[in-house]
Design a protein around this ligand. Structure first.
Ligand SMILES: [Zn+2]
Length: 127
């Protein structure tokens, strides 16, 4: 794994942790719905796994989060748009602010691709 993909991989890990936390919150909400005013917390009932399975079924029908890939691509487009206003994206010196912005936009697009690859490897969804 390259240094560049480290950001994408840690983002995937964070998303996996967020997904697990969301699944647990859904499981808790379902348990509370079934047992209003319950005194025994879900994790003490022995039914946690069943509620988490049901929560997974709920998660499976939720739309994909728009998330960071779209945000990175939008930011890259914005950087390109701004640098195009100054020089049409034609500077190739590699040393000025416009070239830095152009490289930053390329970096964001590479991160989006790496994130999608890491996410596909992590979840089995196609990139
Ligand atoms: Zn330049």
């Amino acid at each position: 794994m390259t240094e560049r993909s480290t950001v994408g991989a840690s983002a995937v890990q964070a998303d996996s942790q967020n997904q697990a936390a969301l699944r647990d919150r859904i499981a808790e909400a379902l348990y509370t719905h079934d047992h209003p005013g319950h005194l025994v917390p879900l994790n003490k009932t022995g039914m946690g796994a069943a509620y988490r399975d049901t929560a997974d079924a709920v998660l499976a029908v939720l739309p994909e989060p728009v998330g960071r890939v779209a945000a990175w691509r939008a930011a890259a487009d914005e950087l390109d748009s701004i640098s195009d206003q100054f020089d049409g994206g034609g500077c190739l010196c590699g040393d000025c602010a416009l070239c830095t912005w152009t490289e930053a936009a390329r970096h964001l697009r590479r991160e989006a691709v790496e994130f999608q690859k890491a996410d596909a490897a992590d979840t089995g969804r196609p990139a």
